[in-house]
Design a protein around this ligand. Structure first.
Ligand code: NAP
Length: 319
């Protein structure tokens, strides 16, 4: 592999930045990786495991002289971090982010980006329910989509270079408009996460979550909800607060569909249920044909064998 950026600075050292550090190192895609996290605890762990070449106590020091700066903090923190690093960015550098919501990040970050620095928002559609500096792994992005939402003024060469890095980390890349991204993700990720949180909440209300039987016999249904509902609370709070309109739109439609199915059950309309489930099964086949999951039983994972590592980087756990 060839070096794509001389120095990459990672701001925020959790699952996504950590995975980037591993993937960049594995592919020798940068000469140096610098890093910063807000808490001393995370910085200490990152130093201990050698996550980056150098970890700095301030974001300003970490971004100095960096050719690529990656904002890998919760969506609601992007604006403040951008304000902090802005005076220290090198002219000609690229700033990108990995936030799960794009329009609100653009609104928060753009005003701070100095002239001569390129801001190219992005979002890797890859994740797990784990977080923190120890949770990253080099193959997280392999065969996953990494969406970029360049701005009309984005420099095509800077976009092409960032796309090269993304592809070199194993991801597939595509560009789309930020508002469209937020609507698509509301359907594919944000609303499903809220439904998982709700379902686990319902079971909790029934005081059944910790019942041995519920866990033991939960198989792929409830067990998968609990996995998704274990995702980072700060990250997901911010996703919903910052993708409010699109998420509420999708949840409104979801509620309507739920009532349709509820009525079919009440009326004993088996035909309607069967037709509905036939349509949804075809969608699952489409996902497999598109290479976004495997057709292996148990969703291709190995959790039931007691192995904590996912067989695939989980597509359904991303933001
Ligand atoms: P993570 O593992 O929880 O790490 C978050 C990092 O952000 C930590 O280093 C944390 O610092 C720092 N941070 C938290 N709050 C902050 C604040 N208010 N100001 C400055 N720094 C703060 O999170 P992650 O999963 O890597 O997510 C990072 C970003 O990627 C988020 O925007 C998320 O939406 C996006 N994303 C996540 C996934 C996923 O599945 N996890 C997928 C795609 C995109 P401390 O450790 O010092 O607290």
């Amino acid at each position: 592999m060839t070096v794509i950026y001389d120095r990459v600075a990672l701001i925020g050292l959790g699952l996504i930045a950590g995975s980037m550090a591993h993937a960049i190192r594995e592919g020798r895609l940068a000469r140096e990786i610098t890093g910063h996290a807000r808490s001393a605890e995370t910085r200490d762990i990152a130093r201990e495991i050698g996550l980056c070449d150098r970890i700095f106590d301030t974001a300003a020091e970490a971004v100095a002289d960096a050719d690529l700066v990656v904002l890998a903090v919760p969506v609601g923190a992007m604006g403040a971090v951008a304000a902090e690093i802005a005076p220290h960015l090198k002219p000609g550098a690229t700033v990108t982010d990995v936030g799960s919501v794009k329009q609100s990040v653009i609104d928060a970050v753009c005003p701070h980006i100095p002239a001569g620095v390129h801001f190219i928002p992005g979002h890797p559609l890859a994740g797990t329910e784990h977080s923190g500096p120890r949770s990253g792994f080099a193959s997280l992005f392999r065969n996953r989509w990494w969406l970029l939402t360049p701005l009309p003024a984005s420099d095509p060469d800077a976009v092409a270079r960032l796309s090269d890095l993304v592809r070199a980390m194993g991801a597939k890349t595509d560009s789309m408009e930020a508002a469209h991204h937020d609507l698509v993700l509301a359907v594919t990720s944000h609303a499903p996460h809220l439904i998982a949180y709700t379902m686990v909440g319902v079971a909790d209300h029934l005081r059944r979550v910790t019942d041995e039987e519920v866990i033991q016999y939960s198989a792929a249904g409830f067990r998968d909800f609990t996995r998704i509902a274990a995702s980072d609370p700060t990250m997901w709070r911010d996703v919903f607060l910052h993708n409010k309109e699109a998420t509420l739109d999708i949840l409104g439609r979801f509620t309507e569909e739920l009532f349709v199915l509820q009525r079919a059950i009440r009326m004993g309309d088996g035909q309607q249920l069967h037709d509905y489930f036939t349509r949804t099964r075809a969608i699952r086949r489409g996902i497999i044909e598109a290479g976004q999951d495997t057709a292996a039983p148990d969703f291709g994972r190995v959790a039931s064998s007691g192995n904590p590592a996912p067989a695939l980087p989980s597509g359904s756990g991303h933001g």
